[in-house]
Design a protein around this ligand. Structure first.
Ligand code: ZN
Ligand code: ZN
Length: 349
């Protein structure tokens, strides 16, 4: 089959032949309906061999960790699934038996440093293997073509939103920085579906803010600079926001986000753009606030997000690309030209 692969360390992805995998004990072969593209895919071709091996990666591997599809073939010992069932695959790998997994914190399982699309074969191919049934989330009404982004962009965003929900009392404000992006646009929807908070969208372009507004944001703030935090303070009668979720993660967004967080509020940096925390302890940090970092998502988060989508409370907005156009889709993602997530449809079989 034709797959979009990283053939060797620190090499860019390309089309190459890959064998169709056969499901071993406990495994399920999935026919890929579509695979969502993620910002992190661009980093996969930069990992040096030594670091990659520390992470447990093997080359070559097929890119893609946001998979929706149908069960194609399954091992004899797999129960509860049948050929043709619509499914989404949990994006992150986890062992299921370690200290963290047993406590439902599989996002920090030590085996989560490698998985489908990062050091193992992923979903940018007609077929992909699910290593165990716990990685499979059944779909009822959700179209597998749009399901992949729910498992990663959606679930990672949900994991952060769920953590700030106790802060979002009636009358409170939640700020989403990067609200027009893949994760931010999900966060706007989760906040609307699950909290009474007023939702303020922050992003750098009018069309991205219009997209966030179409998904339910109440207010828009354009750009991130020295004026951002004062604007949010003004919108909140000088109090600041009960929760600020930063899906960008550069110096400017961290600076503005912390300055806009109210006392006993929460600030989360989820975006992986490499920013630094520089706020002074005295006068620079909101008292009694929670500050927390990127965390991926747990299997339970994926089930929750799919359940919200099944109820129609959350949309997975996608731009569809043919397999031949995968490089162009990545380019549009890098340039912030997409509204919602790019999903790539692999070759017919
Ligand atoms: Zn991702
Ligand atoms: Zn584990």
């Amino acid at each position: 089959m034709r797959a979009y692969r990283i053939l060797d360390w620190q090499q860019g992805p390309q089309f190459a032949e890959a064998p169709v995998p056969r499901p071993g004990p406990g495994q399920v072969l999935v026919r890929v309906a579509a695979n969502g593209l993620c910002h992190s895919d661009a980093m996969m071709s930069q990992v040096p061999e030594e670091f990659g091996r520390q992470l447990g990666w093997e080359v070559p591997f097929t890119l893609g960790h946001e998979v929706g599809g149908w069960v194609w073939d399954l091992a004899d010992d797999v129960e509860g699934l049948g050929s043709g069932d619509a499914v989404a695959l949990v994006s992150a790998h986890s062992c299921g038996t370690c200290h963290e997994c047993l406590r439902g914190r599989d996002s920090i399982c030590t085996s989560s440093t490698f998985g489908r699309g990062f050091g193992r074969d992923g979903g940018l191919a007609p077929f992909v293997l699910a290593a165990s049934v716990r990685e499979i989330v059944p779909l009822r009404s959700v179209d597998p073509v749009i399901a992949g982004p729910l498992t990663d962009a959606g679930a990672t965003s949900y994991h952060a939103v769920k953590r700030v929900l106790p802060r979002l009392e009636p009358g409170s404000t939640a700020v989403v920085i990067g609200a027009g992006g893949g994760l931010g646009s999900f966060a706007v929807q989760f906040l609307r579906a699950l909290s009474p908070a007023r939702v303020v969208a922050v992003d750098t372009a009018d069309d991205r803010l219009a997209f966030a507004t179409s998904l339910g944001a109440h207010e828009s703030v354009i750009g991130v600079d020295a004026a951002t935090a004062p604007t949010i303070l003004e919108l909140t009668d000088g109090d600041g926001a009960a929760a600020v979720l930063d899906f960008v993660g550069i110096d400017a967004t961290i600076e503005a986000g912390l300055a806009a967080t109210r006392m006993a509020g929460a600030f989360a940096v989820v975006g992986a753009a490499g920013g630094t925390f520089r706020r002074p302890w005295y006068g620079g940090l909101p008292r009694e606030a929670d500050v927390f970092t990127f965390q991926g998502s747990n299997i339970a988060d994926v089930h929750d997000v799919v359940a919200l989508a099944e109820r129609g409370l959350v949309q997975s907005v996608v731009a569809r690309f043919d397999f031949d156009d995968v490089a162009q889709a990545y380019e549009q993602l890098e340039h912030g030209e997409l509204h919602g997530r790019a999903v790539v449809i692999p070759d017919e079989v």
